[in-house]
Design a protein around this ligand. Structure first.
Ligand code: CP
Ligand code: NVA
Length: 309
């Protein structure tokens, strides 16, 4: 099948599609976009542009923030589930990619396999943005880094701990730590380590420390950010009972916070399962910044849309 590409098309399939300088530019531009919005200054560089959004999994934040973001930038978004389009009836991704490319200016996709996203991008003439796969969640972690930088000024000298599953969120934190040069401790049960390929690649380029640990207390001891995520990600529902038992001891709770510096903040990409990976009092407590994270998805993704579309 011939693959024809626009010369200047770029995709955001993983954080590694960006250089460190480009991440810095995105963070700076995000701050400007956020300020404009708060002051109600209209800014519509994407007038006349359309984003197709293919979602094979549920979403509140990603879907709404991209849709609202497109509209604030003067463009529009079309929400598509596989059931709405012929993809759900077996039309190949390659055909979907080439067809959508004739109508829209960019494609956002949330699905299971990272390979499918790579495949879509290979055949699409327009930029493809990864809105979460089983392997990665780049828009989330870029937004989270913006949230951290907004509070502390930069990511220089930052130390982050991720407690729980070595999942898409953990894999993306690893890539971010390697690219941007901050320290990261992942504390997970031995059976639930992050992706081996991502870890190896990241360790090769990292100038900072990336540690895979199995003791949450050790992981949080001298960090500024404690991140967690669900123990059962979308698509793993059949393993839920087993996971509930395997992740005992990996909850972000008051006791764990007592092993961390008192000024450490707690992050969670949401949705949260209270009483599993995080307790209600910690999620609602004064160290939690989870709704700032959720808000900043909008601002950071607007910067992504402007750059890539
Ligand atoms: N954090 C996140 O991606 O949330 P949604 O699943 O609601 O999009
Ligand atoms: N790890 C979670 C993140 C949800 C935003 C999942 O994949 O379901």
């Amino acid at each position: 099948m011939p693959v024809k590409k626009q010369k200047d098309k770029r995709d955001l399939l993983s954080i590694n599609d960006l250089t460190r300088d480009e991440v810095d530019e995105l963070l700076e531009h995000t701050a400007k976009l956020k300020k404009k919005l708060k002051k109600s200054i209209p800014y519509q560089p994407l007038k006349g542009k359309t984003l197709a959004m293919i979602f094979s999994k549920s979403s509140t934040r990603t879907r709404v923030s991209f849709e609202v973001g497109m509209s604030q930038l003067g463009g529009q978004a079309i929400f598509l589930t596989p059931g709405d389009i012929q993809l759900g009836r077996g039309e190949p991704l390659a055909d979907t990619a080439r067809t959508l490319s004739r109508y829209v200016d960019g494609i956002l996709i949330r699905t299971y396999s990272q390979d499918d996203v790579v495949d879509l991008a290979r055949y699409a003439d327009v930029p493809v943005i990864n809105g979460l796969t089983d392997l990665l969640h780049p828009c989330q972690i870029l937004s989270d880094i913006y949230t951290i930088v907004e509070r502390r000024g930069s990511y220089q000298g930052l130390k982050v701990a991720h407690i729980g599953d070595g999942n898409n969120v953990a894999n993306t934190w690893i890539q971010a730590a390697a690219l941007l040069g901050f320290d990261l401790n992942i504390a997970c049960p031995p059976k639930y380590q992050p992706d081996g390929g991502i870890l190896d690649e990241s360790l090769k380029i990292a100038s900072s420390k990336i540690n895979i640990l199995h003791d949450p207390r050790e992981a949080v001891k001298d960090v500024e950010v404690i991140n967690t995520d669900v123990w059962t990600s979308m698509g793993q529902e059949a393993e839920q009972e087993q996971r509930l038992s395997d992740f005992q001891g990996f909850q972000v709770n008051h006791e764990l916070l007592s092993s961390a510096p008192p000024e450490a903040v707690v992050m969670h990409c949401l949705p949260a399962h209270r009483g599993e990976e995080i307790t209600e009092d910690v999620l609602e407590g004064k160290q939690s910044i989870v709704f700032d994270q959720a808000e900043n998805r909008l601002h950071l993704q607007k910067a992504i849309l402007e750059k890539f579309l």
